[in-house]
Design a protein around this ligand. Structure first.
Ligand SMILES: Nc1ncnc2c1ncn2[C@@H]1O[C@H](COP(=O)(O)OP(=O)(O)OP(=O)(O)O)[C@@H](O)[C@H]1O
Length: 273
C-alpha cells in the first residue's frame, strides 16, 4: 500500500496541499477526483517523486520515498504525468521501449522486447509502431505514453488524466484494461480521472480532493453521492444508478422549487467576452 502521512506542500508562498493523511490500498483501482486546482496532480507528482517532498512521509509497499534509490523505485512504480511535448523525432516503438530501461539499463533482452510488443499490442499501436510521435494524433500519442508506462511492468501504476484525448471507446478500453491489470494480475493503479462516470463504473476506491485536502474517500457508493459531488464541484449534481453503480448526471437540473438549471451564474464562470 501507499501510506501518506502529514504531507503538506507549498509552491512559493502558496499552500497547495494541507496535511494529507491517506492510505492507498494495494491491488485496487483507485481514482483521484476533484475540481481543477484541487491538488490531484501535485499529490500524484509527490508520490511519484517528480517533485521533492517538503513535509511529511510517503511509503510505497514499505519503501520510504525519501531514501529509496531511483533505480529501485522505478521497478516498483511507473508514472504517466500530464503530457508535455517530448522529442518528436522518436518513433512510437522507441518511446514504449523506454519503459523497459529500469530493467535493462540499455541492453534489452528478449523479455524486454516481449514486454514492448505486448504493450504495443495492448494499446492498439502495432500499426503505428514505426511512426514518429509528431506524425500521430493526440489520442494515439496518449496511448503510446500509456503503453510505455505499462511496459515498465511495475506493481504500481500512477496515471495523471490518462483519458485525456481518448475517445469514448478508447477511454472505456483503457479503464477495462486497468481493471484487468488489477483484478487479473494483482497490480495497483492510482489514476486522476476528470469524468467521474469512469470512476463510478470502474474504480474500487475513490479519493475526492478539493482545496488541497481530501474531502471524501471510499467505494463509489459512498463517495459519488449528490451531496458529496455537488459540494465538491460547487454545481448541482444528480446521481442515478446504472449496472448497480452510481451514474452521475449533470446536464440539466431543477431545484426543489422547479426552477431550471443551469442558472445564469453557471455560465458566468466562463464569460464569452
Ligand atoms: N508551478 C506552479 N506554480 C504555482 N502554482 C501552481 C503550480 N502548479 C500548480 N499550482 C497550483 O497548485 C494548485 C493545485 O494544482 P494541481 O495541478 O495539483 O491541481 P489539479 O487538481 O491536478 O488540477 P487540474 O484538474 O486542473 O489538473 C492549483 O491552485 C494550481 O494553480
Amino acid at each position: 500500500m501507499i501510506r501518506i502521512n502529514g504531507l503538506s506542500h507549498h509552491i512559493g508562498p502558496a499552500p497547495i496541499l494541507h496535511d494529507i493523511n491517506l492510505t492507498l490500498p494495494r491491488g485496487k483501482l483507485v481514482a483521484l477526483i476533484g475540481p481543477n486546482g484541487a491538488g490531484k496532480s501535485t499529490l500524484l507528482r509527490l508520490i511519484a517523486r517528480l517533485e521533492p517532498l517538503q513535509r511529511g512521509r510517503v511509503e510505497i509497499d514499505g519503501l520510504d520515498l525519501a531514501s529509496t534509490p531511483t533505480e529501485r523505485l522505478a521497478l516498483a512504480m511507473a508514472v504517466m504525468g500530464q503530457q508535455t511535448q517530448i522529442a518528436s523525432r522518436l518513433r512510437v516503438a522507441e518511446l514504449v521501449g523506454f519503459g523497459r530501461w529500469p530493467h535493462h539499463q540499455g541492453r534489452p533482452r528478449p523479455a524486454d522486447r516481449e514486454a514492448v510488443e505486448n504493450a504495443l499490442e495492448a494499446f492498439g499501436l502495432g500499426p503505428l509502431r514505426h511512426r514518429f510521435l509528431d506524425e500521430i494524433s493526440g489520442g494515439q500519442a496518449q496511448r503510446a505514453h500509456l503503453a510505455m508506462t505499462f511496459a515498465q511492468g511495475t506493481d504500481w501504476l500512477l496515471l495523471d488524466e490518462p483519458l485525456n484525448n481518448l475517445d469514448m471507446a478508447h477511454s472505456r478500453a483503457l479503464m477495462a484494461r486497468l481493471a484487468e491489470l488489477v483484478r487479473g494480475s494483482g497490480r495497483s493503479v492510482v489514476t486522476v480521472v476528470h469524468e467521474v462516470n469512469y470512476a463510478a463504473a470502474w474504480a474500487d476506491h475513490i479519493v475526492a480532493m478539493k482545496g488541497g485536502r481530501i474531502v471524501a474517500e471510499g467505494p463509489a457508493d459512498t463517495v459519488l453521492t449528490e451531496q458529496v459531488l455537488s459540494d465538491l464541484y460547487d454545481t448541482p449534481i444528480e446521481v442515478s444508478r446504472h449496472d448497480s453503480r452510481p451514474l452521475v448526471l449533470h446536464h440539466h437540473w431543477h431545484d426543489q422549487l422547479g426552477a431550471p438549471y443551469p442558472k445564469a451564474s453557471d455560465a458566468d464562470r466562463f464569460p464569452l467576452h
